[in-house]
Design a protein around this ligand. Sequence first.
Ligand SMILES: Cc1cc2nc3c(=O)[nH]c(=O)nc-3n(C[C@H](O)[C@H](O)[C@H](O)COP(=O)(O)OP(=O)(O)OC[C@H]3O[C@@H](n4cnc5c(N)ncnc54)[C@H](O)[C@@H]3O)c2cc1C
Length: 495
Amino acid sequence: MKSLTRRSALALGGAAVGWGAARTLGGDLPVLDGTRPANATHAGPVLNDASGLSATPIHKHLTLSDDAGDTLIAAIRKEMADAGLEGRPFNVGAARHSMGGQAIPRNGTAVTLDNGNIEIDTAAQTYRVHAGARWSQVISALDPMGWSPAVMQSNNDFGVAATFSVNAHGWPVPFGPMGVTVRALRMILPSGDLVTCSPTENSDLFNLAMGGYGLIGVIIDLEVDMVPNTRLTPSFAEMDASAFPSAFQAAVSDPSVGMAYGRLNVERSSFFEKGLLVTFRHSDDQSDLPAASGSGWVSHLASRLYRAQLGNETMKSFRWWNETTLGPMIGGGAVTRNSLINEPVVTLDDRNPDRTDILHEYFVSFDAFEPFLQACREIIPASYQEFLNVTLRYVAQDDQSELAYATTPRIAAVMSFSQEMTQRAEADMKRMTQALIDRIAADGGAYYLPYRPHARLDQFTNVYPAAAEFAAKKRALDPTTILGSNFWDTYLEPL
Ligand SMILES: Cc1cc2nc3c(=O)[nH]c(=O)nc-3n(C[C@H](O)[C@H](O)[C@H](O)COP(=O)(O)OP(=O)(O)OC[C@H]3O[C@@H](n4cnc5c(N)ncnc54)[C@H](O)[C@@H]3O)c2cc1C
């Protein structure tokens, strides 16, 4: 099998599987070309994820593209039963953009669901969607009918059931995580039973599966809220970083605002001192909306500038000026909601096999934003990591999911680092992550679970106090751990 480069793996959706010759950098760190550490003895397939740092031996990987009907249900039941008989974990994933093996079952069976079937119910303002559909497919189906996904991530590559399973958030406001926009779903439990779950039917299972990282059941389809697609006009306001929470609160409370996000400056010398708030208001003219365009020249130019920041403090200042001054002047016209969210991850790809993009995300209450800024100023510039970007989002309170990260309304800080593919950089990233979590958790904040498994176990149970109860309920449903993953092995199995 031909090895995948990191770039082609991203284009394929983040996951890499293969048996290629081993290649390692700076020790035994595996890289994302479908390979494995040089000292590995495993002769079979290896599965990786978007980090390129999760190469894990698996038993087999198969893609199921059937519609969510009897054939798919029978195939999943058979593969799950076979895995159970052999004592192997079983996991279903989609784009495998999670970064710590959340969709990888060690020595187990990995299934990718890949079917973009979508049926729109205009009267109910919902659509029924195959679990494996990607957001690009959802937007393609909804856009011509004048609709838009209520909540999805800021990129369109991810799977819909995967989005529910990490309970992802986006930047449309004033929404909570995506799980609250799911009206119902069908899921195959480890017992093989097919159940329908919703906030009112089997709600305990629904809340466990929402942000449950595929450990409760295999979702086969979902009924999800949609909202009208609209034309939005941006406005840009630069401010001191400390002023951001009140300005953001005012924006998300304003019904004329449909989408909003923030940024902070990233030069080491003045790290996180300045803020930018970008709000998109519904335009007066909603006639003749153009088709969702996706990645335009502005996105590609922004991506070049983003990469040029690597090791270049002047370029970081230039990008800030571009974002706050030049960008609003040349690219600040009206745009549709669907065009804004129809952006593939590959637009930002670094095309550098020696580095990998690593995300962190923290959720802090509005009144804990100042200590959050202070913690980041003290910890991040002192690290060895290249910090490229932070985007600030709004997440409304989530009272449903068992492993909730937004137990109060939160500002989500999505951070993007460029990390060397070396042991040294990995150790530095782990140290820095733990330092950030300690400080942010001390003020009641949370970190996000789909990224690198660098948090200590005590940090996980502190930030997610329902974790032990989640593990106990999962064991009651799945006593032999048929549904498993590296995430289960690291953080939940020990509880
Ligand atoms: C560039 C980038 C941008 C991002 N932006 C955002 C953002 O804006 N907001 C945000 O909240 N997150 C964001 N994320 C995180 C992202 O939401 C998660 O990594 C998510 O898991 C990606 O979806 P996926 O299809 O790659 O999931 P996968 O990694 O394939 O799976 C994720 C989890 O879902 C489970 N799962 C998948 N399918 C099923 C199924 N059918 N049944 C049961 N369980 C299932 C898997 O077992 C796994 O535990 C971003 C990540 C990247 C890399």
